[in-house]
Design a binder for this molecule. Structure first.
Ligand code: SAH
Length: 224
């Protein structure tokens, strides 16, 4: 487990590098002050391999092992911003994340939402995320090892569901586990993926809107 001290001499622990990243997010159109503050707060370099830490504040995806990647900061920010557009009281909202990976986006979500459940299908990544997140002591963030295509029924329903892996369809379990008035933000597609916003109104009617072209790792079945 790495603490802040490891990178103390590289300057990565300083607020300056994250402030620059946040300025870049603002240039790319991220406006929500809660999102920008959360992105400024979480030390992304603590979630990547020490050999890649010097690149942690570039707006780029980076490998986290086992063929998976930590999402690009812009995508994490954009996804959360889309969720927040439909949620009045984020600090009492419950959010499910599909694809914990190294735990970075889960930590960002936990800066904003009252309860965060994050599910990962690859056991070593689930454990890596647990180790990365432990020092942050986020009691309202719970990690689950399971196939997220089934959602996490034990904790449902959710105000929002966000996915970091792309399926050809949005699993019906996610829609079922979403509260009326809730929203799902997920990449959908295979060769070409679109970040997609799915809303469920108070009458239970579901609508979808494609937001922008994205590139995520695939949503895979089962656990590994
Ligand atoms: N949220 C991460 C992104 C991780 S990449 C971040 O902060 O950067 C996407 C993750 O989704 C990978 O770790 C992959 O193993 C996981 N994944 C893919 N299919 C899944 C499924 N069916 N259930 C849960 N996790 C899944």
């Amino acid at each position: 487990m790495r603490g802040d001290g490891t990178h103390a001499n590289t300057g990565l622990a300083s607020e300056r590098v994250r402030t620059r990243m946040v300025e870049r997010l603002r240039e790319l159109g991220i406006r929500d002050s809660r999102v920008l503050a959360a992105m400024a707060a979480v030390q992304r370099h603590l979630f990547v391999d020490p050999a890649l830490a010097s690149r942690a504040y570039e707006d780029t995806a980076l490998p986290i092992g086992l063929g998976q990647t930590i999402s690009r900061p812009y995508i994490v920010a954009r996804t959360i911003e889309l969720v927040l557009e439909g949620i009045a009281a984020a600090n009492s909202a419950k959010v499910l994340e599909i694809g914990t990976g190294c735990g970075y986006a889960a930590a960002v979500l936990a800066q904003i939402f009252g309860t965060v459940i994050s599910v990962e299908r690859v056991r070593p990544l689930h454990e890596k995320a647990r180790a990365n997140l432990r020092p942050l002591r986020l009691a309202h963030l719970r990690l689950v090892f399971a196939d997220g295509a089934d959602g996490v029924p034990a904790q449902a329903p959710y105000d929002a569901i966000v996915a970091a892996a792309a399926g050809e369809q949005v699993p019906t379990a996610w829609v079922e586990q979403l509260k009326p008035g809730g929203r799902i933000v997920a990449p959908v597609g295979s060769a070409e993926q679109r970040l997609t916003l799915i809303t469920k109104d108070d009458g239970g009617r579901v609508a979808r809107r494609a937001i922008e072209v994205v590139r995520f790792v695939p949503l895979k079945p089962g656990t590994a």
